[in-house]
Design a protein. Structure first.
Length: 202
């Protein structure tokens, strides 16, 4: 699946993201289709103890440097540790509106709600509501590609605490967080998040 097919991004949006040092979020415009046969083969060769892929006598490691070179996401910086403030105003402050109860599930937001309410209603960077639109877009990328919640179609609201000040979002080590999420999924026998980058690296 290609992100641009579900969330169109204009050139003006790309330039704005780049100016804010958030251009790496937009890198997901390229083809995201996974080779399931290759992914399953990689899982069979993953050694949970050594945290690497073993092929006969060879060991292959997917490192933080691989994440940086393939995705451009920062691997150094502030830790991506989710936090939730006052929940009564959390969503209203972040998105300008409160999601309906059906769009929430135990502190998580449905990606479909973000897409339906924002992807088809692009807002220019110089217009009111740009911050709300950008937070929705970043949350969609986090929940779809960076740190997915086991294909549940949900993203944790804890990441909204990191998006309060949009000028600081680029200072977080998103690449390291995505890398950790990938290895967490590998240890559970699935491939989540950076699977496409893993295929490129191997």
């Amino acid at each position: 699946m290609q992100l641009e097919n579900v969330w169109p991004i204009t050139e003006e949006h790309r330039e704005a993201l780049t100016r804010m040092s958030l251009g790496f979020f937009e890198c997901f415009k390229f083809q995201m289709r996974l080779d399931c046969t290759m992914v399953n083969a990689l899982l069979r060769h993953y050694d949970r103890n050594l945290k690497c892929f073993t092929f006969n006598e060879y060991s292959l490691y997917f490192s933080l440097v691989d994440v940086l070179l393939i995705t451009g996401m920062p691997i150094d910086g502030r830790p991506v540790i989710g936090r939730i403030g006052k929940t009564e105003t959390l969503f209203l402050n972040a998105f300008g509106i409160d999601p309906p109860p059906a769009s929430l599930d135990g502190g998580r937001i449905r990606l479909s709600w973000l897409r339906e309410n924002y992807s088809n209603n692009p807002i220019r960077p110089d217009e009111d509501g740009w911050a709300h639109y950008l937070r929705a877009y970043i949350m969609y990328v986090i929940g779809s590609y960076l740190i997915p919640d086991d294909c549940t179609g949900l993203v944790s609201a804890q990441y909204l605490g990191l998006l309060d000040n949009l000028q600081e979002v680029g200072s977080y080590a998103w690449g390291a967080a995505a890398w950790a999420s990938l290895y967490n999924s590998l240890d559970r026998g699935i491939v989540n998040g950076l699977a496409y980058a893993l295929m490129v690296s191997i």
